[in-house]
Design a protein around this ligand. Structure first.
Ligand code: MRU
Length: 382
């Protein structure tokens, strides 16, 4: 049973049933991780999943920075959306005397949010996008209030745009996997969490699995545990069970054996940052999964919105890799499992060389070989 709390109202729900609407106003269990309603931002505290679903109020940019940094919200698209909506929530209750003051404050606050987690590029791209947008609005002679409303609307729109983008990614990815296989139903492996909890909804790599399932083409989805933070065991498994998709949890070190002993048609993962040449930073363990997939001839797909593609970097060498607290490795659910005194190395991400992304990079514009991606999307991404 799962206990759900929202705005002080609780309801206890069994896992695996589809509670989607809340006509009575009580929060029913839903996999939406980000709620924006009446200028109020609430996020599902992902540190508590799957034991309980509890929403927390994010009042301003400082709260936004904290929930992103502590990984109460995580996943590259969700980080940018929550960051921007935390700005919107703060702006609603702020006033500025001139457009210049407003633009300066917004720029500084967004740049601060970029520092909460350095590897995913989405928050930085959202910042660049907002700076361009503000100067275009300013050029049109908007008043300070009009500019503020336009900024808030742009942040709000990110939610719907992201869901739409993910559905396209899901369908393009599913189509490509099915086109490369004669199987009636396909078995896929995914790593980390790229679903509704990492985005505004539907998900990227998990969106591909969702699309396959909706078409009756999903044989089985395998999700890795994703040590050390366990996004796979805690979050992806939660989503797969919630959606009643045929699925099985494996430990990270079981992927090679699984590929050897069962027929696996594809590996699908998300991305925190893809560079011009197709090199991809994603959750630690992605790189080793690509090596294993290549050895077994299993197509490997990176599923990423254009907002995760960084055309400022030629290759993955200069992607900043976040190192997380050692406690994430030494402890599980607050209980120490590692021998006291041992030192730890805890990079949250690794970089997969483009040549190992054998299936392709799945975007909302289509599926591209890493070597052709830059030419195909350079007009859309910056
Ligand atoms: O550390 P996390 O949980 O934020 O890492 C998440 C991932 O690596 C995801 O694969 C990536 O952000 C894509 S989410 C659609």
């Amino acid at each position: 049973m799962f206990s759900t709390k929202s705005s002080g109202r609780y309801v206890t729900l069994p896992l695996g049933q589809n509670y989607r609407t809340a006509p009575d106003g009580i929060c029913k269990m839903s996999l939406e991780a980000i709620r924006w309603k009446d200028n109020k931002l609430e996020i599902l505290d992902q540190l508590l999943l799957p034991a309980s679903t509890e929403f927390m109020h994010v009042k301003n940019v400082e709260d936004g920075w904290q929930v992103i940094n502590k990984m109460q919200v995580r996943g590259a698209p969700a980080i940018a959306i929550v960051g921007c909506l935390s700005l919107a929530a703060e702006l609603v209750n702020s006033s500025y005397s001139t457009c210049s003051d407003l633009m300066k404050a917004v720029t500084e606050k967004l740049q601060y949010l970029v520092t909460a987690r350095p590897t995913a590029v989405n928050m930085r791209k959202a910042t660049d996008d907002m700076i361009t947008f503000m100067s275009q609005c300013h050029g049109k002679g908007m008043s300070t209030e009009e500019l503020k409303s336009s900024i808030i609307s742009r942040c709000e729109n990110m939610l719907a745009i992201d869901v739409d983008t993910n559905k396209k990614i899901g369908d393009f990815g599913a189509q490509s996997i099915l086109a490369n296989s004669d199987a009636k139903q396909v078995n896929v492996i995914t790593h980390c969490n790229t679903g509704s909890l990492a985005t505004a909804g539907y998900g990227t790599a998990l969106g591909v699995i969702r699309s396959l399932h909706a078409q009756g083409k999903l044989g089985h989805a395998y999700c890795t545990e994703t040590r050390p933070y366990n996004q796979g065991a805690r979050l992806t498994a939660f989503e797969l069970v919630y959606e009643s998709m045929p699925s099985t949890l494996i430990c990270d070190n079981m992927a090679a054996s699984l590929m050897k002993s069962k027929e696996i048609h594809a590996v699908v993962v998300g991305a925190d940052r893809v560079t011009c040449n197709g090199d991809t930073a994603n959750k630690i363990g992605t790189y080793q999964a690509t090596v294993v997939a290549k050895y077994h001839g299993v197509p490997f797909y990176v599923c990423a919105p254009i907002t995760s593609i960084d055309l400022c970097l030629p290759s993955g060498e200069s992607i900043p890799i976040e190192e997380r607290p050692h406690k994430e490795m030494t402890h599980v659910a607050g209980v120490r499992i590692a021998a006291p005194g041992i030192s730890c190395w805890n990079p949250a991400f690794d970089v997969t060389p483009a040549e190992l992304i054998t299936g392709g990079i799945v975007t909302e514009l289509g599926v591209f070989k890493p070597s052709e991606m830059y030419e195909k999307i350079k007009g859309e991404a910056s």
